[in-house]
Design a protein around this ligand. Structure first.
Ligand SMILES: NC(=O)c1ccc[n+]([C@@H]2O[C@H](COP(=O)([O-])OP(=O)(O)OC[C@H]3O[C@@H](n4cnc5c(N)ncnc54)[C@H](OP(=O)(O)O)[C@@H]3O)[C@@H](O)[C@H]2O)c1
Length: 247
């Protein structure tokens, strides 16, 4: 971790359901937090207001993770404000669902650009700038193990994310930086709920033996652990906070 008084963390997709909970939790843990968003400034500003009201520090930075220049600027603005990051949590992602038979290559390319190319670009900057002793995380999904119909593009993109995690962990040998994937099960956010009937949501909820949906705070607990002093021996892993969904 850095020697500066305050550690800093960059969270992509931090205006969304899971990312906003992570940003608030890391701020509570003592990090200065960069709240990245793509298109909607209001939710990002609301996260910053909450962080500041609780006595924390943060800034909101717009950047599209699909775009190399945007991602470079995200890191530059973060470092101008708080110095080199101790922690990068790459949470931005999308989940449009469509069958492979649709042949919808535009939708496929969009998922790959946001979820996989976005991870490559964020990892490139993180690899260059994260301080010795730092932590890098990306979001995958437990749904990889289910192969549900219509999840093809999403699952392909997240399988790629997991591949990048293991390679980057090896590439950072010698710098005491961990790289892990967090792969949630169903979490009650816009991304999960969008387009699903109440019956389908209930069915998915009951797929884990705890019979509830994950909450964004359940994911923030895991990220807080991986980012904190006790999470340092976990490296190149896919951590699956999913209530027992899958098995
Ligand atoms: N919810 C679940 O059940 C679940 C399960 C497994 C994995 N995950 C993963 O967890 C992560 C967070 O999901 P969530 O449920 O919190 O989703 P969410 O509530 O829809 O939030 C998505 C976030 O990503 C941002 N984003 C989207 N496209 C972007 C881009 N091109 N550049 C920068 N930011 C972008 C959004 O910003 P704007 O609103 O400004 O576009 C928003 O902040 C995703 O990677 C998702 O795949 C979620």
């Amino acid at each position: 971790m850095s020697n500066s008084a305050t550690k800093s963390a960059i969270v992509t997709g931090a205006s969304g359901g899971i990312g906003s909970a992570i940003a608030k939790r890391l701020a509570k843990d003592g990090f200065s937090v960069v709240v990245n968003y793509a298109g909607k400034p209001a939710p990002a500003q609301a996260v910053i207001a909450e962080i500041k009201a609780a006595g924390g520090q943060g800034i909101a930075v717009q950047a599209n993770v699909e775009n190399a220049e945007d991602v470079q600027r995200l890191f530059k603005e973060s470092m101008d404000a708080f110095g080199r990051p101790d922690v990068v949590v790459h949470c931005a992602g999308i989940m449009p669902l469509f069958p492979i038979a649709s042949g919808d290559v535009a939708a496929f390319d969009k998922v790959i650009e946001t979820n996989l190319r976005g991870t490559f670009l964020v990892f490139a900057q993180a690899a260059q700038h994260v301080l010795e002793g730092g932590r890098i995380m990306a979001f995958s999904s437990s749904v990889l193990a289910k192969s549900f119909p219509t999840y093809g593009a999403y699952i392909a993109s997240k399988a790629g994310v997991e591949g990048l995690v293991h390679v980057l962990a090896n590439e950072l040998r010698g710098r005491n930086i961990t790289v892990n994937a967090v792969a949630p099960g169903q979490v009650q956010t816009e991304l999960f709920l969008k387009g699903k009937s109440d019956a389908r949501i209930d069915e998915l909820k009951k797929m884990n033996p705890l019979e509830r949906l994950g909450q964004p705070e359940d994911m923030a607990n895991v990220v807080s652990f991986l980012a904190g002093p006790e999470g340092g021996w976990i490296n190149s892993q896919v951590v699956r906070p999913n209530g027992g969904f899958v098995y």
